[in-house]
Design a protein around this ligand. Structure first.
Ligand SMILES: [Cu+2]
Length: 470
């Protein structure tokens, strides 16, 4: 749902347009409205109603900022402000963002457009906006102290430049960055090619990766955290709160990914091969591309991957760091695989009613029903057609369907697999005899836990580690 709200009812009379001497005064005279968006659903692509034509992008669980044309200049209005973002149903987070959301709305322009962006600060401290990857006059680069003074609370600045080259960019503060980016201040920017046939794809998704440290049971990120984040998000959403990406069979698809966390993310797509077609520096020449199924997006980088959605199904798309496909967890929990807890739980239960022994057969908690603190998501969750997905964080699904209509982004539901194409339990029927499972030549049984006598078991019997003893 997009609400249009007059800027003038917001920040009040303290509006100034510093920097106006650098740009035309016409834009500063009347501010464009600053639309806000309160839903975390994926908005439909915003087709241009004026200016040069382009093929709009889809921001996963996000939206594109409407603009107005004024004397041949595209005018946008960003409002930096505190927002509440739903990470997934059951968890609301106090963040800072733009126009009602974190990340802020995606800005879409065309190569060669003159762009004027008004930035109003409704935060309790100064801010600025850096236009990451743009080739622009130095004074428009948005670095507080270096290229401009900070935008003080209640003030509005104006930035103006020509979007000189097509590609994939982002915007974020360059003022008290550690706090402001840890609070979710960032947004996507796409500059489309002058000729809409150039680099044309049927579906063009974009997403920013960000991370947060939110103590289970609390609502606001700890912004001084340097490494130990516990929520890994795509557009400030976590699985199962992320919408699927949808494609019609045979569609050429682009997924643009920007990384504003403090670590790298190897982004992995199942069932397809893709090429990195663009970076935040521009398009990669065709002769310099190679096939991939995983590409690392380093800190501060952007990657645009392209592929033909030629395989029907529900395909996982995720960061390949397994801790990044989980929701908030305690990282100081010991590994308990193989530890024999028999009898321990009963003893502890006499002292601490409700105590649970965790992880002695592995870490799977997908089916555990544990009481969670308020406003906290399960670590591993997501209901799929075959049970619990045991995922969280930076995970979603690419749904490729033959029957999906052009321009239809609605969720087609779970994939109906053709008969005989799903992995199944071997019961001896039809699939032939079970071949022997070769073992490494020097395989030895796993050591017994300390203080516990090794028990002799028949071949095939499993111990607590799930390993077979012979
Ligand atoms: Cu990751």
């Amino acid at each position: 749902m997009t609400n249009r709200r007059s800027f003038l009812t917001g920040a009040g009379a303290g509006i100034t347009a510093l920097g106006a001497s650098l740009v035309s005064r016409a834009g500063a005279a009347s501010l464009p409205e600053a639309p806000t968006h309160t839903s975390s659903a994926t908005a439909a692509p915003l087709h241009p109603t004026g200016g040069r034509p382009y093929n709009p992008v889809v921001t996963l669980n996000g939206w594109t900022l409407p603009w107005r044309m004024k004397d041949g200049v595209k005018e946008f209005h960003l409002v930096a402000e505190p927002v509440v973002r739903e990470f997934a149903p059951g968890m609301q987070v106090n963040l800072w963002g733009y126009n009602g959301q974190s990340p802020g709305p995606t800005i879409e322009v065309v190569e060669g457009d003159r762009v004027r962006i008004f930035v109003t600060n409704k935060l309790p401290e100064h801010t600025s906006v850096h236009w990451h990857g743009q080739l622009l006059p130095c004074g428009m680069d948005g670095v507080t102290g270096l290229t401009q003074p900070g935008i003080q609370p209640g003030k509005t600045f104006v930035y103006e430049f020509v979007a000189r080259h097509a590609g994939t960019f982002m915007y974020h503060p360059h003022a008290d960055e550690m706090q402001q980016m840890a609070m979710g201040m960032m947004g996507f920017w796409v500059t489309h090619p002058k000729d809409p046939r150039q680099h044309a794809v049927a579906r063009d998704y974009c997403m920013l990766l960000s991370s947060y440290d939110i103590e289970p049971g609390s609502y606001t990120p700890r912004t001084n955290t340097m490494l130990d984040f516990n929520l890994w998000t795509i557009n400030s959403r976590v699985f199962p709160g992320l919408d699927p990406m949808v494609a019609r069979l045979g569609d050429k698809v682009r997924i643009r990914v920007g990384n504003l966390t403090m670590t790298n993310h190897p982004i992995h797509l199942h069932g397809h091969r893709f090429e990195v077609a663009g970076t935040d520096g521009g398009w990669v020449p065709k002769s310099a591309r190679w096939p991939e199924v995983t590409t690392d997006v380093a800190v501060g980088q952007m990657r645009a991957i392209e592929f033909v959605a030629d395989a029907p199904g529900d395909w996982a798309f995720h960061c390949h760091k397994s801790h990044h496909t989980m929701n908030a967890m305690g990282h100081d929990v010991p590994t308990l695989i193989g530890v024999d807890h028999r009898g321990v739980a009963e003893k502890i239960n006499k002292l601490v009613p409700g105590y649970m022994v965790m992880g002695d057969k592995g870490g799977s908690m997908g089916d555990m029903k544990m009481p969670l603190p308020a406003n906290t998501l399960p670590m591993m969750s997501g209901d799929g057609p075959f049970g619990n997905l045991e995922m969280g964080g930076m995970f979603t699904v690419l749904k490729v369907r033959e029957g999906q209509k052009r321009g239809d982004y609605s969720d087609p539901g779970w994939y109906r697999h053709p008969a005989g194409t799903v992995a199944r339990e071997w019961t001896g029927d039809g699939a032939g005899a079970l071949p022997p499972a070769a073992r490494a030549p020097d395989a030895r049984p796993a050591p017994a836990p300390a203080g516990q006598a090794m028990e002799a078991r028949k071949p095939g019997a499993k111990d607590m580690t799930g390993h077979e003893h012979h």
